[in-house]
Design a protein around this ligand. Structure first.
Ligand SMILES: Nc1ncnc2c1ncn2[C@@H]1O[C@H](COP(=O)(O)OP(=O)(O)OP(=O)(O)O)[C@@H](O)[C@H]1O
Ligand SMILES: [Mg+2]
Length: 1001
């Protein structure tokens, strides 16, 4: 026999509407597989063997038949489904065919009734109960999953006459039941003991806490106040309906309003979600609260019949009329009916009758319902002049924050977690409350969907007709925002997706949103948790298939789509993941992994080109996780090593480079081995600032790749060769090496390499022999917002005295790098900041910039830049006259510096030479200063070379060597002139005047 998809009531074959709840009957569809959270109940006869021995077989058969009949009746009365009889056992599932938000409590009520009914039958039984995710809708069984096994084991572990319930069930019913002492059971097939509680009794309802002060809702409360005011002044009846989704605070708002009424008569009734005699339940409640009877004897008789005081039957019309009379005579009165979405049609008619027909009596009818009410009665309150309906919207984000504060009280909550809860709850106070409670319980600090909330949402979705549900699930595959076109592509058998979508909008499950696909319509789930609940209902096999198909649909519009690779990659990745979880390996899965990886790698490359370093690290990691050790992942591995260095994870980059080298070696793949070693050497250079490891590798690779004319290899090797030239301050050669990189990288279309090579042409122009104006022209022609570029540009500006422009460029450089997560590059900018301040002769600022930079770089385990920045910092301290500190900093520099790091070695010698000169140790001072000049000689770093000559001049002047000092100074000046370094030139002129004056004196 078919059953109602809304309430589970049995239906005649041809019914179009459910006689029980009035819901339209959906055309019969084949049951489909679904994942659901259900509560499973097992009941078995204790000692059935003895029973069999002592009872006549015929009597036993009759007894068992009665037992099954009785158990089935109880289960079904509470909305459960009896699955099967194994021997003498009964298995029942609550949540099939439809989920109810209170399935766990229903199961508890049924269990207690069963337990109490068994002795009447002369049977002793055990009962076990457990809640969990199962698969339903398969051909063979009602429910399959671990939750079923655990329920069966709990039943076996129960004492005769006992009900044992599992921890998940306890979570859902805790406030409404009385439990015995917890037991920890060793169950077959479980590695850990399973906690269980004996269920003593069901003592109440699933209740909500109303103890924290109310947040917001001023407007709605005012509307209620106004309505009540009007009811009294006009002596008329008013129907005030509060609509809103579960947990949004309808009952709470009403409670608050009622609490503020002084002296008014208030009566309340509540619709029940199921049970016997539920139609008039709320009316009976109200009548009992009113405590009087209508004066009209016919009305009094109808009420008496309603209360079961007489056998005389009363019709629905009579009851409605009598109830109206009673209310009118009790007026002024506020009459609240809560949970109207569960009301029977007859009861809704009754409320309608009161609202339409009462005269000359101040009655405020407050009706509270979830939007589902409109599924049952779309015309509710429509067409009435004396009616108001408010839709209670979610709390604002500030109000939510306030509620979190109130609920936390004294307790503390980490800001990130707080933000997560705020986002996930999306203004639903019940969700906030439940999630906070979950966090308090699970100290690992993860926000998970509370089971109570999950049950609420799953129940809502189970009320949808199957085709609407299907549409919603297909939307959920895309995500919180989804497109009509996508749903249509995933549901080719659904003839009318747009109508279904509009129905879902009306049901407050989704709302229209701005489409990201031209010519399409977009929708947004009202709540992320609704999306998750819809998605969670899909079996994994369906998820795998739908994600893959969705990726294919996206592919057809990838022109129009931003970030197509990343999104398509994500869906293929999901499809692959679910296939693996289902144990479906093999070629098809591998091909899927490869397609996903290719998309993600393309997205990673794009992220790199945008300089979004953390995003590209994450995307490359995902790419490689899909296809570790496949030959085609090699270049992605290389890229990951680069971007990991960018974000400052030098150790991680080195580990990956080692692994990659090892792999290539194992495969005896020489070109790859060399490229991996080059990558490794690059990281080592970044970490140590030394070309040591580079040189032999570069030479070997250059020879090999030149012979094999391997562009990829040549681009790599020339790139790394550039670093060697950098270290040696041979900027012209560095630029030439970069030209090679560009040539080979362009040939193979390696845009990232090209981009990277361009960005480090900057320092060649800035530090190298090109005159400042020429170099500036290059910067202006090649504008880029790469942080390295900006920093170099800044330092060039400083050379011609534009210090403010220089400082702005440096801070822009730093900011850009930070925004992009290139933390190592951000720290590097401290080098240009220090040099700019030294040029501006702001020693104090220079020293501060250097101090901060050294500290920052140290954190990354970087040494090359760090040692140079320390060297510049020492110069600043020397200028401040803090010789001791300056010397100490040269030691820091010395410790970190590589032996072949020319600039750092020079700085150490220069500063130490000048300090020694101040101390009067002229011989040693001159030796060091000359050594610095000797280091500088083969380089073409004009500015640094000039500085070395200048410092030699200072040392010689201190020793009174006038002519030699002036010669050195003239050399410095000539170098500055050659560079077009006007600031340097002016400083040399000034220094010259000072030296002459002091030597004269
Ligand atoms: N404005 C508010 N300020 C503080 N707490 C609130 C507010 N609104 C609701 N709450 C709390 O959130 C929880 C859910 O509220 P309530 O029970 O009123 O929801 P509801 O809309 O009636 O849901 P249902 O449709 O399930 O009956 C309660 O614990 C309530 O105290
Ligand atoms: Mg409520």
């Amino acid at each position: 026999m078919p059953t109602c998809a809304s309430c589970g009531h049995e239906l005649p074959e041809c019914a179009k509407f459910c006689q029980e709840c009035g819901a339209p009957v959906a055309p019969a569809v084949a049951p489909r597989e679904q994942r659901k959270t259900v509560t499973v109940l097992f009941c078995d006869v204790a000692g059935s063997t003895e029973l069999g021995e002592s009872t006549d077989p015929e009597a036993l058969l009759a007894l068992l038949a009665r037992y099954f009949e009785r158990m089935k009746e109880i289960v079904e009365r509470h909305g459960g489904t009896v699955e099967k009889f194994v021997g003498d056992a009964v298995m029942a599932v609550f949540g099939v065919p439809v989920v109810h938000e209170d399935d766990a409590l229903r199961a508890c009520r049924a269990a207690v009734e069963m337990r109490d009914a068994l002795p009447e039958l002369g049977i002793r039984g055990r009962i076990g109960l457990n809640t969990g995710e199962v698969v339903t809708g398969t051909e063979e069984r009602l429910a399959t999953g671990d939750a079923v096994n655990v329920a069966a084991r709990l039943e076996q572990a129960a004492e005769p006459g006992e009900v044992l319930i599992g921890a998940e069930t306890v979570r859902l019913v805790r406030d409404a039941v009385e439990l015995g002492e917890e037991r920890r059971l060793d169950l077959k097939g479980k590695s850990e003991p399973v906690p269980a509680h004996p269920l003593v009794a069901v003592v109440g309802e699933l209740s909500r806490r109303f103890d924290v002060p109310i947040v917001g809702r001023e407007r709605e409360r005012r509307a209620l106040d106004d309505a009540w005011e009007r009811v009294r002044s006009e002596r008329a009846c008013h129907l005030f309906t509060i609509l809103g989704s579960a947990g949004v605070g309808k009952s709470r708002l009403t409670a608050e309003f009622l609490g503020s009424l002084e002296g008014a008569k208030v009566v309340r009734g509540r619709c029940l979600s199921y049970g016997e005699g539920i139609t008039y339940w709320p009316v009976v409640e109200v009548v009992l609260q009113l405590g009087n009877r209508p004066a009209d004897p016919r009305a009094a008789a109808a009420i008496g019949s309603l209360l079961g005081e007489s056998e005389e039957p009363a019709t629905a019309e009579e009851i409605a009329w009598a109830f109206r009379k009673l209310l009118e005579e009790s007026a002024p009165v506020v009459c609240v009916f809560d949970d109207l979405h569960w009301a029977e049609p007859t009861f809704l008619d009754l409320v309608d009758h009161v609202a339409d027909w009462s005269r000359d009596a101040p009655i405020l009818l407050v009706c509270i319902a979830r939007p589902e009410l409109l599924d049952r009665r779309s015309t509710w309150s429509g067409g009435k002049l004396n009616a108001t309906t408010v839709l209670l919207e979610p709390l604002t984000s500030e109000e939510t924050e306030e509620l979190i504060e109130l609920l936390l009280g004294e307790a503390d909550l980490d800001a990130a977690l707080r933000a997560k809860i705020r986002e996930a709850a999306e203004g639903n106070p019940l969700f906030v409350e439940q999630m906070l409670a979950m966090v308090a319980e699970s100290p690992n600090g993860d926000v998970v969907v509370p089971p109570t909330v999950h049950a609420l949402l799953a129940a809502r979705l189970d009320q949808l007709d199957p085709s609407e549900r299907g549409v919603l699930e297909r939307g959920a595959v895309e995500g919180k925002i989804f497109h009509r076109g996508g749903v249509e592509a995933l549901a080719p058998d659904e003839p009318d997706v747009p109508t279904k979508l509009m129905a879902l909008v009306r049901k407050e499950l989704v709302r229209p949103d701005r489409s990201q696909v031209p010519g399409d319509d977009a929708f947004r789930f009202r709540h992320l948790l609704i999306r998750d609940a819809a998605y969670d209902g899909l079996p994994k096999a369906a998820r795998a298939e739908l994600h893959e198909r969705f990726a294919e649909w996206l592919d057809t519009l990838s022109e129009a789509l931003i970030e197509a690779d990343e999104i398509i990659g994500y869906h293929l990745e999901q499809a692959h993941r679910y296939r693996l979880e289902l144990g479906l390996g093999g070629e098809e899965s591998e091909a899927l992994a490869r397609r996903a990886a290719e998309r993600l790698a393309a997205a990673a490359e794009r992220a790199s080109l945008r300089h979004d370093a953390p995003a590209s690290v994450a995307l490359y990691e995902r790419t490689l996780a899909l296809a570790r050790d496949e030959p085609w992942t090699f270049t992605h591995e290389l890229r990951l090593i680069r971007v990991r260095s960018d974000v400052g994870d030098l150790a991680g980059a080195r580990r990956r480079a080692d692994a990659l080298t090892e792999r290539a070696r194992r495969d005896e793949d020489r070109p790859r081995e060399l490229r991996a070693r080059l990558a490794r050497a690059h990281v080592a250079y970044l970490a140590d600032g030394s070309g040591e490891e580079l040189r032999p590798t570069v030479e070997e690779a250059l020879e090999f790749f030149t012979a094999s004319e391997d562009d990829a290899g040549l681009a790599d090797v020339w790139f790394v060769a550039t670093l060697l030239e950098h270290a040696a301050l041979r900027w012209r050669s560095a630029a030439l090496a970069l030209e090679q990189v560009l040539k080979h990288a362009e040939r193979i279309g390696d845009r990232l390499r090209v981009e990277e090579a361009r960005s480090i042409l900057g320092p060649c122009y800035m530090y190298g022999p090109s005159p400042v104006e020429e170099a500036l022209a290059w910067f202006e022609m090649n504008l880029s917002d790469h942080s390295f570029f900006l920093a170099m540009f800044g330092q060039l500006e400083a050379m011609r005295g534009n210090f403010d422009a220089a400082r702005d460029l440096c801070s822009a450089a730093r900011e850009r790098a930070r925004e992009r997560g290139q933390l190592l590059l951000a720290a590097e900018v401290s080098m240009q900041e220090t040099e700019v301040e030294l040029m501006a002769d702001e020693a104090e600022r220079a020293s501060e910039a250097a101090r901060a930079g050294v500290a920052e770089l140290q954190q990354f385990g970087e040494r090359g830049w760090q040692s140079t920045v320390a060297g510049h910092g020492a110069e600043a301290l020397y200028r401040l006259g803090r010789d001791e500190d300056a010397w100490q900093l040269t030691e820091t520099a010395d410790e970190a510096a590589a032996a072949d790091d020319v600039i750092t070695q020079m700085l150490i010698l220069q500063v130490r030479g000048k300090i020694l000169a101040r101390r009067g140790e002229h011989g040693e001072a001159e030796r060091l200063a000359r050594e610095a000049v000797a280091w500088a000689e083969p380089t073409d770093a004009l500015e640094h070379k000039a500085d070395a000559h200048r410092d030699l001049a200072i040392v010689l002047a201190a020793a009174g060597k006038r002519e030699e000092a002036l010669t050195a100074l003239a050399q410095a000046q000539a170098l500055f002139e050659e560079k077009g370094h006007t600031v340097g030139v002016a400083q040399m002129e000034k220094l010259r005047a000072e030296l002459v004056a002091s030597l004269e004196a």
